[in-house]
Write a protein that binds this ligand. Sequence first.
Ligand code: GLN
Length: 293
Amino acid sequence: MTRTAIRSAFQTVGALLAEGVRHLEEALASDPGATPELDAQLLLAHALRISRTCVYSHPEQPAHEPAAQRFRALIARRAAGVPVAYLLERKAFWTLELAVSSAVLVPRPETELLVERALALRPEACASAVDLGTGSGAIALALAHERPGWRVSATDISSEALSVARANAIALGLERVNFAQGSWFAALPACRFDLVVSNPPYVAATDVALAALVHEPRRALTPGPDALACLREIIGDAPRFLAAGGWLLLEHGAEQGPQVAGALTARGFVTVRTHRDLAGHERVTEGQWPAIR
Ligand code: GLN
């Protein structure tokens, strides 16, 4: 055994954690939203196959070499900017625990506002909803979980994303959600829904924010130079898929509320409203397809 091997064979959980935190603090120094301590705890718990509580309540425990190596490999990938969710292969969304891979956008907490609004607009036990560009299935599965009587569909252009979403549906006992492959509404037969919800790509291809998101599917983040292209396409087609009195709910960028609201009004939607997320950013705009026109 080399000296290094002997030394690391007796490394404690606490020492390993401190090493990981130091590494991440340095590597992620330019990211104001970085959480090196939390990330290192989560990754160490994952590598050691113990709970995060155990990581910080038993720092004196020995960490054996294979686990330490797994941890260092995870820390190196995190230091390179890979989201923690991809490293853990899991992300909590709403009340659900979802499997995620790099084929899907990491579900964001602000997207829970879309779920909240959809549920508030349709308190009925029976309704139909479709989630366009479902990715991991987050929105569709949260709605199906909350409303066992709803008919829920979800579409995505990516077959890899749909595999992730379908696996999540099975794992959560929500097999009744109907998944279809295709671009937005093109995946669907002619039918009408009470709710159409979507978190489409809305970051302009030129936006510097994309640099920090290189590990996520580009197609899920940006429609190209026109940040509003997908939002406009969905607004344009939605009336053909909405029941009278049905609602379209869209997630969008913090600065896009007025434009999305304007496009909805111009298309003939009524009761158009924009809602702020927990960070205070305008994030979701909804509009109702009028019952009588
Ligand atoms: N909310 C994501 C972000 O800015 C973007 C998601 C999207 O384009 N739909 O990180």
